[in-house]
Design a protein around this ligand. Structure first.
Ligand SMILES: Nc1ncnc2c1ncn2[C@@H]1O[C@H](COP(=O)(O)OP(=O)(O)OP(=O)(O)O)[C@@H](O)[C@H]1O
Ligand SMILES: [Mg+2]
Length: 228
């Protein structure tokens, strides 16, 4: 069960070098898996492949033992795997209000439109209805990142790919958002692929950590909760 990245290699079009080389990782149900690595090591590329947003040149991505592509349309629409991007501004259409952006998620996943749930979720991440009337450029980077997390949770995914989800936040908001994410993970039995270069934070939240260097997984570590 869960998500399995099986011997994936990737090279971007018109590039000579592979940025991922024979990478295999597994994410079990209700597990937090950390992905650590320095800048340019291939973390975001791997995250996008895991979320089904980028098709790898070689290798497979299996969701509950089946290729994600093979899921029934209804399930695919519900987007069982959601990604929070490193740069939150790419997650929102710059021309429409954030409220509208949130509303689109309901349309996409075929769920009944629910203003209350939408506002409540945004509120949990400290974004108020007043702010939802604005366009993305009228929120701070940190606010947008918090709203991106709230929005990704609306379709009720099983798996969240979190690409540096707190990198734009100050220490206090970072702690608040992490607490929120950890509580949600427990409550909804979510799995997270937590991408970061913050070793301490990664060790604190993860059940297992993969370390990637220049596109190669160099370490795979099961953490013992008693010693974390
Ligand atoms: N669209 C693209 N086209 C060509 N090369 C790319 C593209 N996106 C990323 N790369 C290259 O792939 C490599 C891995 O990039 P990636 O964004 O996955 O790294 P990262 O580990 O997420 O880095 P960071 O910590 O800085 O976010 C880098 O050398 C990068 O320049
Ligand atoms: Mg990145």
């Amino acid at each position: 069960m869960g998500l399995k990245i099986d011997r994936v290699s990737h090279r971007y079009p018109q590039q000579e070098d592979f940025v991922l080389k024979d990478v295999s990782i597994t994410l079990e149900d209700s597990q937090i898996v950390g992905l650590l690595g320095t800048s340019g090591s291939g973390k975001s590329t791997l995250g996008q492949i895991a979320a089904g947003l980028l098709r790898p040149v070689q290798g497979k991505v299996l969701y509950n033992n089946e290729p994600f592509q093979a899921l029934p349309a209804r399930e695919k629409k519900r987007k069982r795997i959601q990604m929070i991007f490193q740069h939150p501004e790419v997650s929102f259409n710059p021309r429409i209000s954030l409220d509208k952006s949130m509303e689109e998620v309901y349309k996409l996943c075929g769920k009944a439109y629910n203003t209350e749930a939408r506002r409540e979720m945004a509120g949990q991440f400290g974004i108020y209805p007043e702010q939802l009337k604005r366009v993305p450029a009228q929120l701070s980077g940190g606010e947008l990142q918090r709203l991106a997390i709230a929005r990704a949770l609306l379709p009720e995914p099983d798996i969240l790919i979190l690409d540096e989800p707190t990198s734009m936040l100050d220490v206090i908001s970072q702690a608040q958002v992490m607490r929120m994410l950890l509580a949600l993970q427990k409550k909804r039995k979510l799995s997270y692929l937590f991408i970061t270069h913050d070793v301490a934070l990664c060790r604190y939240v993860s059940d297992k950590i993969y370390t990637i260097e220049e596109g190669v997984i160099v370490e795979d570590k099961q953490l013992n909760p008693a010693v974390v």
